[in-house]
Design a protein around this ligand. Structure first.
Ligand SMILES: *[C@@H]1O[C@H](CO)[C@@H](O)[C@H](O)[C@H]1NC(C)=O
Ligand SMILES: *[C@@H]1O[C@H](CO)[C@@H](O)[C@H](O)[C@H]1NC(C)=O
Ligand SMILES: *[C@@H]1O[C@H](CO)[C@@H](O)[C@H](O)[C@H]1NC(C)=O
Ligand SMILES: *[C@@H]1O[C@H](CO)[C@@H](O)[C@H](O)[C@H]1NC(C)=O
Ligand SMILES: *[C@@H]1O[C@H](CO)[C@@H](O)[C@H](O)[C@H]1NC(C)=O
Ligand SMILES: *[C@@H]1O[C@H](CO)[C@@H](O)[C@H](O)[C@H]1NC(C)=O
Ligand SMILES: *[C@@H]1O[C@H](CO)[C@@H](O)[C@H](O)[C@H]1NC(C)=O
Ligand SMILES: *[C@@H]1O[C@H](CO)[C@@H](O)[C@H](O)[C@H]1NC(C)=O
Length: 834
């Protein structure tokens, strides 16, 4: 009797174990929900797509207690929810289950079997199932059948998967669009949407409520017409398709990279790629990309140029501000009007405007088969037609696009900009239009080149200088307004950034107290433009950079830092806490970086052991992200121009932060190359085109970054490097070993036991790609981040722009915090090694 009981208990326990193991097995492998197999909360129950890419189950976002059914990447260490079923109707307890029921719908029921969310169907089937596909599509269908009753691709939340059609189906009358989460803990639809607008010629809009924030520009057969950062990429492609039955935007991935387009709760759309090395998402594309991406910032017929920061807006040629007073105060919303009014009966003419983002096409008309000539005729016949252009730029251009309203949301796009033709009064036809602000010099250079006579030259120079003076005066006037704008967050698109941009102003007495009256005991450095002190302000350690009274150069750099750094927010950029301007005194107050600058570690024989390989790889990656942010993701596009080991500061956890924006410049896209007669920067980090010709671009920063990478890996300074066998610098040495397949030899000896060989070799290769002779060959910073973090074959580097330095009487500088380099006023002479 006792034995029998025992036996029964055992077999019972055995059966339990058996059952649970079956269920576990089933749970792990299943990608389907059926009428008998549910997805239940509270049991770690999930379904997984067949190839193991996506997983679905119940989850609570952040600290929220609410329960949702969601989908995420199974294999990614950071839980990234890409779709939510019941985003507006959370469950409040862990009792929900997701079932399939007849006639073919998926239902989410709570603990008392009340349906809180369900899918729809217009058909009924016998044996419905729901299946999670490897594309991230959750579909409801008849078991064994291919056609879907319902699919999650028609109901995206904040994430656009490759292959999904974002837009309108005119047959079903349904629109598919993205809407942001309310916040990180609430997936309910928030303020922002990203959608394809089919009114007029199709274009994508990012909106807050019904207010447009960003516009992609019309599709021109290849890309969005004038989008600045729809950069060429090898891993995705996109199209806009427009037919009688549907209009949609769609992108596909063309490599195995993991990527997604996501709309954040704060209204920023990002194309993210997964970085395996760093185990984090890396933004490849960010919208809006800069100030000029702000929808209709410059009003009608105004044109935005981010190079002209802070005066972003100018009127198109032949146009003048509608309200000059407001315009001069940097209130550009009134836009511009024609200098000479139209008189249609007198016969207006059309002038060509180039390199621009095409205006808003919501009030436009198009025909894809007409020629440009037919297009022009059609536009001139209708007095309310304001402009025309080709609709499709492929094969020399075809189709016709007509605008019937004032032209809105125009910006300059040096590369990727388009041509269009604007109606102006007949009397304006005598010469072709100049480009708006910033391009005035071109016509003059032309006049000079074809110099008709000395007088003409002198005259034009006079005009040029007067114009230039006016522009400068205008800039100055706006400078003060600008600070107010920054404070009010007017230049941002979210409107709630006011606090973020605030630069607190401190009293001199407060700072004097914080630094023990600028005592020598707390002086931690001496830079090119003055001493740096450590202090204590409201319980926080600070570094105070004090401008010496005699430095005029320092004054410009001071303004530079206040203007630039205040707008920059990134964990890899040093944070400004405030400034102090009182009488003659000008000071900048930063967060204090207890570990000083990077050079004091990597170039020091004892300190170098404190930075093992994982830390160094993290530093390389973080610096890359900081620069990528400067070049591309911040609202301004900034070239730092003085990247070097002693401008990289380390916080208490050895996280690097880029500092010293005194020499930084705003730039437009990666293509622009600016020229300066005064080469500033630091020997050993200057790219050849900058040092020799004074040409700088984002690619000069990429070059400096490449040097930094090689220095971090090798623990040797490029300038001070010496080798017993040859006389080339570090760069030359790195290239030599790389070519001979021995690049691992570059590694700092002290690192050998902590390193991942593949990361080291990858870093060296990326470093060498960055220092290639030709700027066009160097990768962009987003590619750098991508290359550093993804396994896969790296391109072969071409020879670096390497050189030996003839001049050795260079200025030595200490490695103190914020110490600014003394810059040489004369261009630096550089010898090619070959
Ligand atoms: C998941 O990640 C691991 C390690 O990163 C990798 O080995 C494996 O192939 C991945 N599996 C899938 C299905 O992507
Ligand atoms: C299910 O929802 C119904 C209706 O909202 C509610 O009355 C009931 O309490 C819920 N049951 C549970 C277990 O949450
Ligand atoms: C299902 O259809 C009804 C009526 O057409 C609609 O109100 C509801 O929002 C739809 N639900 C879903 C999940 O599409
Ligand atoms: C994306 O892939 C789908 C399915 O293969 C295809 O139908 C579509 O044309 C592709 N779109 C683009 C932009 O390549
Ligand atoms: C110019 O300003 C006037 C008055 O401020 C306004 O009514 C008009 O619409 C503006 N014109 C344009 C083209 O914006
Ligand atoms: C347009 O030109 C005609 C003929 O010269 C003239 O009578 C008319 O007043 C003009 N209209 C405007 C608005 O200037
Ligand atoms: C487009 O233009 C062509 C040539 O002028 C014409 O034959 C065609 O009917 C037009 N299509 C539409 C939709 O207007
Ligand atoms: C001009 O074009 C507009 C917009 O298409 C149209 O409403 C208007 O009737 C046209 N006017 C003439 C004279 O054709």
């Amino acid at each position: 009797m006792k034995d029998l009981l025992k036996e029964n208990v055992f077999s019972y326990i055995f059966m339990l174990m058996f059952l649970s193991s079956i269920r576990k097995c089933f749970g792990v492998t299943s990608d389907t929900i059926t009428t008998t197999h549910f997805l239940k909360d509270g049991e770690d129950n999930v379904i997984v797509s067949r190839g193991g890419t996506f997983e679905m189950g119940f989850f609570s976002p952040g600290n929220s207690k609410n329960r949702y059914v969601g989908m995420w990447y199974k294999n990614i260490s950071v839980r990234t929810v890409v779709w939510v079923a019941n985003r507006e109707v959370p469950l409040t307890s862990r009792t929900g289950s997701l079932k399939v029921i007849e006639p073919g719908i998926l239902v989410l029921v709570n603990g008392t079997n009340i349906v809180v969310w369900s899918t729809n169907t217009s058909r009924s089937v016998q044996n419905p199932i729901a299946q999670l596909l490897d594309s991230g599509n959750l579909v409801v269908k008849q078991a064994g059948d291919g056609s879907f009753l319902w699919q999650s691709f028609d109901h995206p939340t904040n994430t656009l998967f490759p292959g999904v059609k974002l837009g309108w189906n005119f047959v079903t009358g349904r629109e598919v669009y993205l809407s942001s989460w309310k916040n990180e803990e609430d997936p309910a639809p928030g303020d922002y949407t990203y959608r394809c607008d089919p009114s007029g010629y199709p274009q994508n809009f990012l909106k807050k409520g019904s207010t447009a924030i960003y516009r992609s520009g019309p599709w021109n057969g290849l890309r969005f017409g004038g989008a600045t950062n729809s950069r060429y990429s090898t891993f995705y492609k996109y199209v806009v398709v427009s037919t009688n039955t549907e209009v949609y935007f769609q992108y596909n991935l063309t490599s195995t990279v993991i990527a997604m387009l996501i709309l954040n709760p704060n209204g920023v759309a990002q194309l993210l790629t997964w970085g395996d090395g760093e185990q984090a998402w890396v933004p490849f594309l960010v919208l809006p990309g800069d100030n000029c991406d702000t929808y209709k910032l410059c009003g009608s017929y105004g044109s935005c140029n981010s190079n002209d920061f802070p005066v972003l807006c100018g009127c198109l040629d032949k146009f003048v501000p509608n309200n000059s007073e407001a315009w001069n105060k940097a209130d550009w919303s009134g836009g511009c009007v024609r200098r000479t009014q139209l008189n249609c009966s007198q016969g207006d003419v059309f002038l060509k405007y180039s390199q621009l983002k095409l205006p808003d096409t919501r009030n436009s008309w198009s025909n894809v088969t007409m020629t440009l000539e037919e297009c022009k005729n059609m536009c001139s016949k209708n007095c309310s037609c304001m402009a025309y252009s080709n609709a499709d730029i492929r094969d020399g251009g075809s189709g016709c696009l007509l605008w019937f309203n004032d032209l809105l949301d125009i910006r300059q796009v040096p590369k990727g900009g388009l041509d269009f033709y604007i109606r102006v009064a007949a009397s304006e036809s005598d010469d072709s239009p100049e480009q708006s602000n910033g391009k005035k010099g071109k016509a003059l250079i032309w006049i000079l080149a074809s110099s008709v006579g000395v007088i003409l030259v002198i005259l034009s120079m006079l005009i040029y200088h007067r114009r230039r003076k006016k522009v400068l005066e205008r800039k100055k006037k706006v400078q003060t307004n600008l600070l107010h704008l920054l404070l009010a967050g007017r230049l941002g698109h979210t409107g709630n950034c006011a606090e973020e941009f605030e630069i607190p102003l401190f009293d001199l007495s407060t700072i004097a107290k914080a630094t023990n009256n600028f005592s020598v005991d707390v002086k931690i450095g001496e830079g090119g433009f003055g001493p740096v002190y450590k202090g204590m302000l409201e319980g926080q350690e600070i570094a105070v950079k004090r401008l010496s009274r005699t430095s005029t150069q320092g004054e410009n750099e001071f303004m530079n830092e206040v203007l630039y750094i205040a707008k920059l927010q990134h964990r890899n950029l040093v944070k400004i806490i405030g400034c102090c301007i009182e009488g003659e005194e000008k000071m900048l107050i930063y967060e204090y970086m207890p570990n000083g600058s990077l050079d004091s570690f990597i170039f020091d024989d004892t300190q170098n052991k404190l930075l093992d390989w994982p830390k160094r790889f993290h530093i390389i990656n973080s610096i890359a992200r900081g620069i990528m942010y400067l070049h591309q993701d911040s609202q301004l596009r900034i070239i730092h121009r003085d990247l070097k080991a002693n401008n990289i500061l380390l916080d208490k956890d050895m996280n690097p932060k880029i500092s010293d924006f005194g020499l930084a410049k705003i730039c437009e896209e990666d293509v622009i190359e600016a020229k300066t007669s005064r080469v500033v920067g630091t020997r050993g980090y200057l790219s050849p085109e900058y040092a020799l010709q004074g040409l700088y671009s984002v690619k000069s920063d990429v070059f400096s970054f490449g040097i930094l990478v090689l220095e971090i890996v090798s623990g040797k300074s490029n300038r001070r490097f010496s080798h017993p066998d040859h006389y080339v610098n570090l760069l030359g040495h790195a290239w030599k070993t790389y070519k001979e397949g021995r690049s691992i030899e570059l590694l700092d000896e002290c690192l050998s036991d902590t390193c991942s060989r593949s990361e080291v070799v990858r870093s060296i290769c990326v470093g060498l790609l960055c220092v290639q002779q030709c700027p066009e060959d160097r990768p962009s910073m987003s590619s750098v981040v991508f290359l550093l973090n993804n396994e896969g074959v790296l391109p072969q580097a071409k020879p670096p722009g390497f050189y030996i330095e003839r001049n050795t009487n260079e200025v030595e500088f200490s490695s103190n915090q914020h110490a600014n380099v003394t810059v040489s006023e004369t261009p630096i002479t550089i010898l090619d090694v070959r």
